[in-house]
Design a protein around this ligand. Structure first.
Ligand code: MG
Length: 397
């Protein structure tokens, strides 16, 4: 893969050549380099840079046993730079991908798609459909024609060609003194078909100062997403208890009237138990039995809502807050709908979050299984938790 990185980028108005303009702490060219490295198909990377950048470009190289990496000193025009790089391409390489360092948001997927199409057809380039209407105009700025938008594609890089085809296109261009604005143009002149690979608009070309600023925002938000993933976790909980006579039924801390209760060491609040397990599970802190053993007389007849509150407190001490809880109570009866608002309020208070982050649903199993036969009640719950942001210290910033 050739990365064209010798452009001056006058429109960017930066002190550096474009490929070395910093973007979120890395030189622009670094992003395309990393994408090339992420594709096992890429066995050679050639960076074509301006003569004054050769040294610092070499500092970016990270060859591996399966991939060589080198720097060539480019020419004044882009075409000269690619020609210089093309002269260094391994003769074992069947395909050559050319990519502009100014497109940092290229993805391994797009590069691989272009490689696959070029392997079949000899030439494939990334492109997007035009959403703007395109007009032709003369120097007088009077519209001469409106082009049919459905036929207009805006071409990007990567552009991938069979090595021999691209070399022949360059030789012909030099011979005929032709300059193309992209590599495909030189191959087109040979009469070879070029396949368009549909890309998307995120693969922008950094051209103007505001492009750098916008790209910084994009990178920051994707970094933010990664951070969020690291800082959020999920837990699951399940519980079941058998019906018994002479005990009140308690679900989510709410006493359900005129209903048989459940057998258990505590108050047998199956819903609270499932949610407690979900909370503990989210931070991999064991289960309810480990924290509140049913062999401990302290928990005989215990208020399970209080145990849930204790588990939530434990979570906070470990540096987590509950983001939301979703639960299902599986029972043939009672009908839970009238009790759900009270249950949600009780759970929210115990966990210490707003009721809007708690969801409880009742379900029957249509007569099937132990719940269907009315032998008992089961409950399932999931909980998402989030790490409490710590105050930023100098060392972290
Ligand atoms: Mg239980």
């Amino acid at each position: 893969m050739i990365i064209a990185a010798a452009g001056r980028g006058e429109r960017l108005g930066a002190r550096e050549n474009k490929a070395f303009v910093p973007l979120s702490g890395q030189p622009l060219v670094w992003y395309a380099l990393e994408v090339a490295r992420a594709c096992p198909e890429v066995t050679q990377i050639i960076l074509a840079v301006a003569p004054e950048d050769v040294e610092r470009a070499r500092a970016l190289l990270r060859p591996s046993p399966t991939r060589s990496e080198l720097v060539v000193s480019g020419g004044v025009a882009r075409q000269d730079s690619v020609a210089a790089a093309l002269a260094e391409v391994n003769s074992e390489c069947d395909l050559v991908a050319v990519h502009d360092a100014a497109r940092p948001f290229v993805t391994p997927g797009l590069l691989q798609q272009c490689l696959a199409e070029a392997a079949r057809e000899g030439a494939a380039v990334a492109a997007v459909r035009s959403t703007d209407t395109v007009k032709q105009a003369g120097p007088d700025r009077l519209v001469a024609a409106t082009l049919d938008r459905t036929t207009i594609w805006l071409v990007q890089t990567p552009q991938v060609f069979r090595r021999r085809l691209l070399q022949r296109a360059y030789e012909t261009a030099v011979k005929e003194g032709v300059t193309g604005t992209d590599d495909a143009m030189l191959v087109e002149r040979l009469g070879h078909a070029i396949r368009l690979v549909e890309s998307d608009r995120s693969n922008i070309k950094i051209t103007w100062p505001e492009d750098v600023w916008q790209s910084e925002q994009v990178l920051r938000s994707s970094k933010g997403m990664k951070q969020m993933r690291m800082n959020s976790r999920t837990g699951i909980g399940y519980d079941a208890h058998r019906f018994t006579e002479d005990r009140p039924l308690v679900l989510g801390g709410v006493r359900i009237r005129d209903q048989r209760g459940l057998l258990g060491h505590s108050d047998a609040d199956v819903l609270c138990h499932a949610i407690t397990d979900a909370l503990l599970g989210a931070i991999a802190a064991g289960d309810i039995g480990a924290h509140f053993p049913d062999t401990d007389p302290r928990y005989a007849g215990a208020d399970s809502l209080a145990l849930l509150a204790e588990a939530a407190a434990l979570l906070r001490q470990a540096g987590w807050v509950v983001a939301n809880v979703d639960a299902v109570v599986i029972a043939e009866e009672p009908r839970l709908a009238p009790y759900l608002p009270a249950i949600t309020r009780a759970l929210a208070q115990a966990i210490g979050i707003d009721t809007t982050y708690i969801s409880v649903k009742g379900k029957t199993t249509e007569g099937m299984g132990f719940t269907g036969r009315g032998e008992g009640i089961a409950a399932q719950a999931v909980a998402a938790v989030q790490r409490i942001p710590r105050a930023r210290t100098r060392a972290q910033s």
